[in-house]
Design a protein around this ligand. Structure first.
Ligand code: ZN
Length: 265
């Protein structure tokens, strides 16, 4: 486990870190001050009927009370209804991309809401902004999220997205350098077509965002690949070499299921 100690020596009030805990895939628990945000909730042991090799690092019943949940898109490895009901997040703070709720065809939970790209919603004191993202579709079919922690800095959540340099440049321009970026590295190929960033893409994305730290998420190997239909070749361990290859200053923080890191602003 890689833990960064608070760097507050000499300051009268050291800044609180943002704690990022890897649950599995793109499911992460983000804790800052007294606020808890969960991303892309998925706790199952199958993915579209395929066996999963790795269990989530926490069960829903082990989570702290949640102030909000960010859903990048509603593929089954990013959104699972059952545990979400069990977790009972604060009303008004379960955010989805535009069009997602109509597709779910089930009664919505309290306070589920769609957040269109470039709109901001508060989760506790954290300001959450949705940004456009491309994944499997030709057009935007996912959102990514920027979380800004007042007086601290901002972090980026990349869900299951492909590399979109234009959007990332806009994010950098609007929010400044990211303190951290949670970026997918699985490089999935569905019928030969890349649907999510691989490690080289994530290194590039982190450089554009000027991310001080990159936490790789959504690596391959979590569930069975079915070549030639689906391949998931990217691994978290590929990210460090790719970051060094392009001379980026981003620090890579690899977290296994259940591990957490305290990130400095
Ligand atoms: Zn997906």
């Amino acid at each position: 486990m890689q833990i960064e100690r608070r760097s507050g020596t000499g300051l009268s009030r050291p800044m609180l870190p943002v704690d990022v805990r890897m649950i599995r895939c793109s499911t992460l628990l983000i804790h800052w001050a007294r606020f808890n945000i969960l991303t892309d909730p998925w706790f199952g042991m199958t993915m579209r009927g395929l066996r999963c090799y790795r269990a989530p690092g926490m069960r829903p019943s082990e989570l702290p009370p949640l102030d909000g949940v960010l859903v990048s898109h509603i593929h089954p490895d990013h959104f699972e209804r059952g545990p979400l009901d069990e977790m009972r997040p604060q009303p008004g703070a379960v955010l989805f991309p535009p069009g997602a709720l109509a597709k779910l065809a089930q009664p919505h939970g309290p306070g589920w809401a769609e957040l269109p790209p470039w709109r901001t919603a508060p989760i506790g004191r954290v300001e959450v902004t949705a940004v456009p993202a491309r994944h499997t579709g030709p057009g935007p079919d996912e959102v990514n999220y920027v979380m800004c922690f007042p007086g601290w800095g901002c972090g980026f959540f990349g869900g299951d997205a492909r590399l979109d340099e234009d959007v990332l440049r806009q994010v950098r321009e609007r929010f400044g350098p990211m303190s951290f970026a949670l970026l997918p590295v699985g490089g999935s190929r569905i019928l030969g077509r890349k649907t999510v960033m691989d490690a080289a893409d994530a290194a590039r994305a982190g450089a554009i965002l000027e991310a001080k730290a990159i936490v790789p998420i959504h690596e391959g190997g979590i569930w069975m690949a079915v070549p030639p239909l689906s391949r998931h070749p990217g691994r978290a361990a590929h990210l460090g070499p790719e970051v060094r290859k392009i001379g980026s200053a981003s620090r890579v923080v690899v977290l296994k299921e259940g591990e957490a890191a305290a990130l400095a602003p």
